[in-house]
Ligand binder design. Sequence first.
Ligand code: GTP
Ligand code: SPV
Ligand code: MN
Length: 603
Amino acid sequence: MDNLAPAISPPPGLGDSKPTHQLVLDWVHEVQALTQPENVFWCDGSEKENTYLLGEAQKQGIIEKLNEEKVPGSYLHRSNPNDVARVEQFTLICTPTKEEAGPTNHWADPAETYTKLNGLLKGAMRGRTMFVVPYIMGPPDSPLAKVGFEITDSIYVVLSMRIMTRMGAVAVKRLEQSENGEWNRGTHSLLDVNPERRLICHFPQDNAIVSVGSGYGGNVLLSKKCLALRIGSYLARKQGWLAEHMLILGVESPAGKKHYVAAAFPSACGKTNFAMLIPPAHFEGWKITTVGDDIAWMKIGDDGRLYAVNPENGYFGVVPGTSYKSNPNAMKSIEHDTLYTNVALTDDRNVWWEGKDGEPPAHAIDWRGNDWTPASKEKAAHPNSRFAVPMQNNPVLDPNVENGEGVPISAIIFGGRRSDTMPLVFQARDWEHGVYIGATMGSETTAAATGAVGKVRRDPMAMLPFCGYNMGDYFKHWLKTGPRLKNPPAIFHVNWFRKGADGKFMWPGFGDNMRVLKWMIDRFEGGGGATESPIGFVPRPEDLDTADLAGMTKEKLEDLLSVKPEEWKKELETQQEFFDTLGADMPAELTAQHDKLAARFAQ
Ligand code: GTP
Ligand code: SPV
Ligand code: MN
């Protein structure tokens, strides 16, 4: 077997910041004895260490330096073409009973899985360097913050973790000061990057993750989907908070009144874009700021409101479609100090992807490393190519992003990618109805996970691939949270992706989503108009501010906002099928919500 990750030999003073925490040392020794690396590199997160590792990664051909004038401080990584997205079928929840993982997860027996993984990991790091990466999720002083350690044999993972988390000495310090001593142990090895030996395993009871056989973001940056969502959601239920696949944004009116909202859209359905949106000219004086673009950890504050922190330190965002037209703030964020994965490389060592501003280059090297021209049938960038950037690059980063207590949430938005059925926006009647709307969310699948693209599936609260325990219990946790809130957020559902008879998106989306956000603010501030439809409160065309919106007619808007009983008949059936798969775990409140909705349509 080729060694995909040859050992490096750091000079004295690098890689030696071994912590004193005995349980960490014991665990590292155990993994070391099992995987037998040539050496161990203890990461401290320093600039000096990063510079050294960038150099070593370049020498090994893991990353390429991009044009320093065009994209300063930036690098390109190409993953193995067999390893470009999350692999849901190989993502396992290993709880003592299958019932705890529930019917929506792939369950495996913990003892059997550990045995299998130990077999795969035995000697797996021979001739390699084993990196130990300490990190914190959440602002270091936040009561919600969690410490993790990731062991990995991939320099790309270390470089990415430094962007995506608060990594190094700060985490070791936090663990030393921690009262409960809670920390997550994450073990990752590339093995030989073979899909047949690829497993992403979660052991919620042990606060442990083992990931083998992949080098792709969501499978290997164990801080992100694995800890912050799957293990996170398990801990959240036990500890009385929420770990959600949500962006968090701030929206400030010209008069200076500010709200924060959180929104759950499935993978590649618009979170990063919504979190950074620039309002259209008509909304002069309105300002959007980003707290987070993918994950929200939320707890109930002393005042009975819901407060959210972004556990991450960076954005691991979808590249294709990102342009100055669709998302200028993302473009400015990724113009420097960015680690790109699977985009195309131009002849002047710049990056290119489908949907970038300007003409395609006459020649480029595609994401697989092959020659590419505009005549090529293949895409230049992989549809799930990604950027990793520190959040500090974002020109509209919210000033409260480091606030450990979090930001107060005025509204929660659920939304899927639906060609039909779902109107542009509607509002839930109350918390329980809102939980029902989240629980029945559907969305067309995207390139963020391997498998078919464009098929509608139920993706409750955008957590189908990320809930670390039984989905029925997750719904119950949500239902219980509402009554604990004195001042619960309003709940909405949006769909930026409804299509007309011509097969085109009916809504312009992106910056114009401000118009929908404005209606929501009007609603929860007590002003905005709506009609009461069977599914909830829907704006009438005149309730949405569509001034200066080119090509938008009243008829089109009516269509976009329409609730069509024949489409909903099918929707209710599919929702029922999903509820049936959850069987006895399904909370009665949500079944009742479904029946009430069916009855309203029957009236
Ligand atoms: P993950 O990082 O996978 O969780 O994705 P995300 O939810 O952050 O999605 P992102 O904002 O990266 O958008 C994914 C894709 O949807 C990109 O190709 C965007 O261009 C496209 N998109 C985002 N917002 C809109 C919108 O309002 N309308 C339309 N039509 N497309 C959008
Ligand atoms: C997603 O798929 O929802 C992502 C990208 O945010 S990954 O980190 O790869 O899961
Ligand atoms: Mn995501």
